[in-house]
Design a protein around this ligand. Structure first.
Ligand code: CP
Ligand code: NVA
Length: 333
């Protein structure tokens, strides 16, 4: 396997199945070490910059805790506190931060921004979410799947909801690269772009898996091992799209009927945050306007035995630690 040291982590498209498996296994190893209280300051003396142009709970906390565990310092740049994009170009920012930090995380809008940052930084850049991809979430999700099922090959994975955005795109890439059968179950308008589907079909061919697009819930979710969903309106999208999304995606809500159609050992996954009750400001606003108290997933499914959403959330930290460590160097499996 080619060394991961010095490489950026922008989308799983850039990584082989073997490299992805290595990151999952490294994350599992670091999780085990953390549980046992084994010190892991493999990157002592290094520093990382964490740029967030969109808000975050899991990704930010994961990077900060993981950096600290690895013995590194970190600087958080919030959506308003830096000059990025407004007074200073991405290219100049990359060249400045690359002189001070050993690695840079970026969460923001277009994938081209994180690609540009990586081009000029001279140090590894990690994509903490763009409109198109969310690759650090993928290592956490694959680790969670491995913990629940032991392996990847032959599993049936069904993504419901907006399958043409960062989560749908990334999961289709991750599944096809790892030999998991991927199904996008949603209204045709929300199918992933044809070009990416064709690319993933090539990955799937190599791993003996399949890619299916279907708007029929009953057949698409039949005997599924994993049901996955995400919010219907993503960060950066205007509030005006809620009405349309609710109308078009409500038939693809993950509820008990969907889960009852899946395999006996199936699990429910969600990258979080999720709208499953009225305990959020947005949840309340949507309820007042549209009368719906649960959106992409019902509270019943979210709180059920099949739900592994908090394992996924925990695994964000272990997997982000693995990604930083593998690309910065200092320890390998
Ligand atoms: N899943 C995820 O990326 O969560 P945050 O937006 O809280 O970072
Ligand atoms: N699709 C969501 C994912 C959040 C982790 C968003 O971009 O807001």
């Amino acid at each position: 396997m080619k060394s991961l040291v010095g490489r950026s982590f922008l989308t799983l498209k850039d990584f082989t199945p073997e490299e992805i498996m290595y990151l999952v296994d490294l994350a599992a190893d670091l999780k085990d070490k953390k549980k046992k209280g084994i010190p892991m300051e493999y990157c002592k003396g290094k520093n990382v910059a964490l740029i967030f142009e969109k808000t975050s709970t899991r990704t930010r906390c994961s990077f900060e805790v993981a950096a600290h565990d690895l013995g590194m310092g970190s600087t958080y740049l919030d959506p308003k506190a830096s000059q990025i994009g407004k007074k200073e170009s991405i290219e100049d920012t990359a060249r400045v931060l690359g002189r001070m930090y050993e690695g840079i995380e970026y969460r923001g809008y277009g994938q081209e921004i994180v690609e540009e940052l990586a081009k000029y930084a001279g140090v590894p850049v990690w994509n903490g979410l763009t409109n198109e991809y969310h690759p650090t979430q993928m290592i956490a999700d694959l680790l969670t799947i491995k913990e629940k099922f032991g392996s990847f090959k032959g599993l049936k994975f069904v993504y419901m909801g907006d399958a043409r955005y960062n989560m749908g795109n990334s999961l289709m890439v991750a599944c096809s690269k790892m030999g998991i059968d991927f199904v996008a179950c949603t209204s045709k308008k929300y199918f992933p772009e044809e070009e990416l589907v064709n690319q993933c079909k090539e990955y799937a061919k190599a791993t003996g898996s399949t890619i299916t697009l279907s708007d029929d819930v009953a057949t698409a979710t039949k005997d599924a091992d994993i049901i996955y969903t995400d919010v219907w309106v993503s960060m950066g999208e205007p509030d005006e799209v809620w009405a349309e999304r609710i109308k078009e995606l409500l038939p693809y809500q993950v509820n008990k009927k969907v889960m009852d159609n899946t395999s006996k050992k199936s699990v429910f996954m969600h990258c979080l945050p999720a709208y499953h009750d009225l305990k959020t400001q947005v949840g309340q606003e949507v309820y007042e306007k549209f009368g719906l108290s649960e959106l992409e997933v019902t509270d019943e499914v979210f709180e059920s035995e099949k739900s592994v959403v908090f394992d996924e959330a925990e695994n964000r930290m272990h997997s982000i630690k693995a990604i930083m460590l593998a690309t910065l160097g200092g320890y390998s499996l």
